[in-house]
Design a protein around this ligand. Structure first.
Ligand code: NG6
Ligand code: CA
Length: 516
């Protein structure tokens, strides 16, 4: 008995000793990284959101996010078009450094190098599960893709564990979804062929068969017809794989919700890239007529609903307090982008660009200044921030947040700004629009001289081209009406020097265009 008692106390002593030897850190709660979600819109303008001044168009869910988070008034996409903006967002590299970073056809090879650093790679290394649902538009394969086999390299080779994408744009073939490299619904008996140069024999086109169209093309968009809508590029086969345009928003939403539910017990990064309000605008019938502005307004209402449903899922899964949500758009707004869809006719008093000048494709502010919101329930104090921030900065900021030492050439670590702890954003930023570049520094915007037309007549957007330098004080003149370049040569010189220090001197302007 005594023997057992002694052994018992010995064991107790030993246990106390062993417990007290445990390293201290283990007892403290180790902070876990949050889930990160980027909700990326396609062509949503600065003025298209209630929180950014829209009154005719109702966007209650976007507004709720803005009101509960930080609404940036100087938040920028890197480019006034899609591919370059998406390239910069994922890699943290200015798109003008990559000559192929321009609007890509559906057959373009993968633009991001498989060795290149990306946001999902940074996060993967820190234990995140990474997914993309929605629009890709960064190229696939290495040229001559066989759509009937595994399409690779693609998102899964640049850091995403899971991908469910549309290859390019809703108006470009192939009009199919691709899950982890495989066309969903592919049928070996009905192989998919895609070509951007020539049609496949006997296949109808928008140009030759207007009688088959349910949506009319205005410019471009007159190649293969899918679901009555003429597209850019030619496609044959894959009947069962073709998407339903009116169901696309619901389809991507369901995939995004599924992704969250499947990975709720891991730390995840989801890039949810919606296709709205890019053309062709095809709202689900339950959203038809809801905006009074025709399909463009209706798909914004639809996208707003999708956002609300998606956030509901995060809430139901108890993830909202542990998820940083970033909401923004790849470029500014456009009304007629190639189809007759009443966007122009039914715009009424709505101003898609707010008080900004220009729109998609433009070097003026509306090309790149977009809705830009960060939200993290319980962690971000609601406010409006005037700091200049860019999607280019997500990579370095996110790396900072998860304690990664990774960074990218042009990306600035601005997590304090995205979290609302600081209002010191970028001092300078180069923006891009269809291979031209402009500069923002402090309150000033600089646009070098360019030869091109002042306006793209088809889309009815001022592009920012002018034979003279343009200099605007955005604080006093947000609509860029008063060119101060002549009156303020010192400021002009200062900005040109700062711009060229980053951009170099071989950018295209009238002068060096004339040299060619
Ligand atoms: C343009 C298309 C436009 C749109 C854009 C890409 C024509 C005439 N216009 O070339 O409709 O598809 O490319 O938009 O074809 S983006 O948002 O993906 O950059
Ligand atoms: Ca776009």
């Amino acid at each position: 008995m005594k023997y057992f008692q002694n052994t018992g106390s010995l064991l107790i002593l030993l246990t106390i000793f062993l417990v007290s030897c445990q390293p201290k850190a283990k007892k403290e709660t180790v902070p876990t990284n949050p889930n990160i979600v980027i909700v990326y819109m396609d062509d949503l303008g600065y003025g298209d959101v209630g929180a950014y001044g829209a009154t005719e168009l109702k966007t209650p869910n976007m507004d709720k996010l803005a009101e509960g988070g930080i609404r940036f008034t100087n938040g920028y996409a890197s480019s006034a078009t899609c591919t370059p903006s998406r390239y910069a967002l994922l890699t943290g590299v200015y798109p003008w450094r990559e000559k192929n970073a321009r609007i890509l056809p559906g057959t373009a090879p993968l633009l991001i190098g498989t060795e290149q650093l990306t946001i999902p790679k940074v996060l993967k290394e820190k234990g995140y599960h990474t997914g993309i649902v929605g629009k890709w538009h960064l190229g696939l394969g290495s040229g001559n893709v066989d759509w009937n086999k595994k399409v690779t390299p693609g998102p899964n080779e640049v850091g995403f564990d899971y991908s469910y994408i549309l290859a390019a744009t809703q108006d470009r073939v192939p009009t199919v979804y691709i899950e982890n490299g495989y066309v969903v619904g592919a049928d070996p008996n009905d192989p998919i062929l895609v070509d951007y140069k020539k049609n496949f024999e006997g296949e109808p086109t928008g140009l030759e068969n207007p009688e088959l169209l349910t949506m009319k093309w205005h410019h471009g968009h007159n190649n293969s017809i899918v679901n009555g809508i003429p597209r850019i590029g030619f496609m044959k086969g894959g009947e069962k794989a073709k998407w339903s345009d009116i169901d696309m928003a619901d389809h991507f939403l369901a995939k995004a919700q599924e992704y969250v539910k499947q990975h709720k017990n891991e730390t995840f990064f989801l890039y949810y890239a919606m296709q709205q309000p890019h053309v062709p605008r095809t709202p689900h019938p339950r959203f038809e007529g809801t905006s009074g502005m025709g399909p463009r307004g209706d798909v914004i209402v639809e996208a707003d609903w999708c956002l609300g449903e998606f956030i509901k899922t995060l809430e139901e899964e108890n993830l909202l307090e542990n998820t940083l949500i970033i909401f923004t758009s790849d470029n500014g707004p456009v009304l007629n982008d190639g189809y007759y869809d009443d966007a122009v006719e039914k715009i009424g008093n709505h101003k898609p660009a707010g008080d900004l000048r220009g729109g998609k494709y433009s070097l003026f502010e509306a090309g790149t200044r977009v809705p830009f919101i960060t939200y993290w329930k319980g962690k971000i104090e609601p406010k409006v921030s005037d700091a200049v921030v860019c999607q280019l900065d997500f990579l370095a900021s996110v790396a900072d947040l998860v304690d990664s030492d990774k960074s990218a050439q042009d990306s600035k670590p601005l997590m304090d700004v995205f979290m609302g702890k600081s209002d010191t954003g970028r001092d300078e930023l180069i923006i891009e629009a269809t291979s031209r570049t402009a500069f923002r520094k402090g309150d000033w915007a600089l646009i070098p001289p360019y030869n091109g037309p002042a306006k793209n007549k088809q889309v009815n957007i001022e592009l920012g081209n002018n034979k003279n330098w343009q200099l605007y004080n955005l604080k006093e003149d947000i609509g860029q009406q008063k060119n101060l370049a002549q009156d303020n040569p010192e400021k002009l010189k200062e900005l040109v020097e700062a711009f060229e220090a980053i951009r170099g001197t071989s950018y295209t302007t009238i002068e060096n265009l004339e040299l060619k």
